[in-house]
Write a protein that binds this ligand. Structure first.
Ligand SMILES: [Zn+2]
Length: 354
């Protein structure tokens, strides 16, 4: 994709893809002097820095020698509130003003309020009645229907509370990613009060558009397609790439350029998003990883500038004695340290986009 000179000037001023190598020197136990390079990368969107510790690239994380066995409660349907027949007895229902049917149904997907809400509107969207689904084996239709259920719910919120514009659809796959119930589901949240990331991204996208007249993620995507080293492929209009400055292992972004509201989505857009999510899971499975987080954040302003961007990243495996992926470095210093260059993540993921 070619970029006009004028556009390039705007991008160069505002979107910087910075890599600053720093070198560590030491003497090995064998007495050899060594210099090892660590890349400090700056996220062009958030300006947060992260580190790619190239010397650990070949390291095999404990618990990833093979795909871990299913969790011990993988076949315990009886105690699961999301499995039938417990579902209707153990899960709450929407208030009348949101959904007179109590729960929303789309294909095999069922959506109901979160019993332990995180904000004004907090819900759970199941995929189907399958209690445990191995990473990478979910059907695209199950994701599409669950996403469509989420969109229905979010639409109803906007109709009844138009100021609740800060919205998100997220997933925690397995307890190592924060999942409290094994039964696969999406979480939906909406509120008048912004989260930190909503607040930052809304401001960043608005100022970027005001200063340059173009959309933030469209320009980011244009740069990444032109560069090519982190670009993975498309599913419909969704464009997928490895994050330039990852804040999680094997972090992948899906950008839907030019669309700033889920209300502009067609059913095909949700299906194409589902395809990208399932392909990413298949990629993670090939690395013997079984945990991940997914997130799609929305700011439903009428004149919003924040385009759709989905993020997926692998988490520490859910297996005995696996180390957490957030060490003192991430928690205390705020810089994520990953081992794999994003360019290699993209190269490996491309096998699943053929
Ligand atoms: Zn279940």
């Amino acid at each position: 994709m070619m970029i006009a000179a004028g556009e390039r000037k705007i991008m160069d001023r505002q979107l910087k893809f910075l890599v600053e190598p720093v070198t560590a020197r030491f003497i090995t136990p064998d007495g050899e002097p060594v210099e090892t390079v660590i890349e400090v990368r700056t996220n062009p969107i958030t300006l947060r820095t992260c580190r790619v510790t190239l010397s650990r690239k070949g390291e095999k994380e404990r618990g990833t020698e093979s795909l871990p066995a299913p969790p011990p409660d993988a076949d315990k349907r009886d105690g699961c509130p999301f499995c039938r027949p417990q579902l209707t007895e153990m899960t709450p229902q929407c208030v009348e003003s949101l959904a007179s049917s109590g729960r929303l149904i789309r294909g095999k997907s069922v959506l109901f309020p979160n019993l332990f809400p995180y904000g004004s509107y907090s819900a759970v969207s199941l995929f189907d009645d399958n209690h445990f689904v191995e990473i990478g084996t979910a059907s695209i239709a199950s994701y599409r229907d669950s996403f469509l259920n989420c969109a229905d719910y979010l639409n109803r919120i906007l109709l009844s509370d138009p100021q609740a514009v800060y919205m998100a659809i997220t997933q925690n796959h397995l307890p190592s990613a924060g999942g409290s119930l094994l039964h696969p589901h999406l979480q939906i949240n909406a509120d008048r009060v912004a989260s930190n990331h909503h607040r930052f991204l809304r401001k960043r996208a608005t100022e970027y558009f005001r200063d340059g007249g173009s959309l933030l993620f469209t320009d980011y995507l244009r740069h990444e397609i032109e560069d090519g080293r982190r670009y993975i492929g498309n599913t419909g209009e969704w464009q997928w790439m490895a994050a330039f400055a990852p804040e999680g292992f094997y972090e992948i972004w899906g950008i839907l350029p030019g669309k700033t509201s889920f209300r502009d989505f067609g059913e095909q857009d949700w299906e194409d998003l589902s395809t990208g999510v399932v392909r990413t899971q298949q990629f993670y499975r090939s690395l013997c990883r079984n945990g991940y987080n997914f997130g799609l954040m929305l700011v439903e302003d009428t004149n919003g500038c924040l385009e759709m961007r989905a993020v997926i990243l692998a988490r520490s495996n859910f297996a005995p004695w696996v180390r957490n992926d957030h060490t003192g470095f991430e928690v205390m210093l705020g810089d994520m340290a990953t081992f794999v260059p994003p360019e290699e993540t993209a190269r490996l993921a491309q096998d699943f986009w053929i």
